[in-house]
Design a protein. Structure first.
Length: 239
């Protein structure tokens, strides 16, 4: 990624020591994007969103190589496991039927999806704004491979900070030519994420459970009409 020009904390050294492995990285002088972006003028929020979309597109230009399982098989297995965990969970979301219906309605779109490199947790909370007002990525500890569009499953956190930023990110990624099936797969991926988040949150306590409930409620508000796949935050902002 660094070789492709992705703005990030570059590795200086890596090695082993008696208790494990160490990684020494460059320091990033700047501010947390999640806190700073909502305070900026709208045109600045959009500029940074455009930058984030371009960076993500660059990351996804790195294809998965070697032998690997079809995405359809791999992710459907993950869906089944996450639904099983949710159904076994002592807590539920009000309105969770929407997530189940979205998953079943769009599962067929997983066939023949490409696989590429993922940052693994791509949202405004894992970005910084440096002293030159440029976006810099951090936290690559969940790096993996999969359908490029699955990477948008964390977009909720960017929307929460700035819908303008999030819309610009999507537009820049697709050069403003967004395929209809993107929004359908997006709905599937965020629905799977919502169902998995509640069982995940329980061991961490009431605060995390409350946060996941709030997230699920906001996701449901994005789709006042169930047959509408484009979320309200995207339709409601012109840049």
């Amino acid at each position: 990624m660094a070789g492709l020009g992705v703005p990030m904390s570059r590795a200086i050294d890596m090695g082993r020591y008696e208790r494990g492995i160490y990684s020494l990285q460059e320091w990033i002088e700047g501010e947390d994007a999640e806190a700073l972006i909502p305070t900026l003028p709208t045109n600045e929020q959009a500029r940074l969103g455009n930058m984030a979309g371009g960076i993500l597109k660059t990351i996804h230009s790195i294809p998965r190589s070697g032998e690997f399982e079809d995405w359809d098989t791999l992710f459907n297995r993950k869906i089944d496991k996450r639904i099983q965990n949710y159904l076994a969970c002592p807590l539920t979301y009000e309105g969770d039927a929407f997530f189940f219906r979205a998953i079943e309605r769009h599962r067929g779109l997983l066939k023949n999806r490409p696989q590429s490199c993922h940052h693994g947790d791509y949202h405004v909370g894992n970005m910084m704004i440096d002293r030159d007002s440029q976006l810099v990525l951090i936290d690559f500890d969940r790096l993996d491979f999969g359908d490029p569009w699955e990477e948008f499953n964390r977009l909720f956190w960017s929307v929460k900070a700035s819908a303008i930023f999030a819309k610009a990110l999507v537009d820049a990624y697709f050069d403003s030519l967004i395929p209809c099936c993107f929004w359908e797969l997006f709905q599937l991926y965020i629905s799977v994420g919502a169902l998995s988040s509640l069982p995940w949150a329980i061991p961490f306590g009431d605060k995390d459970v409350s946060n996941m409930r709030e997230m699920a409620g906001i996701l449901l508000d994005w789709y006042p009409k169930e047959d509408e796949c484009i979320p309200t935050w995207y339709r409601g902002h012109s840049i």
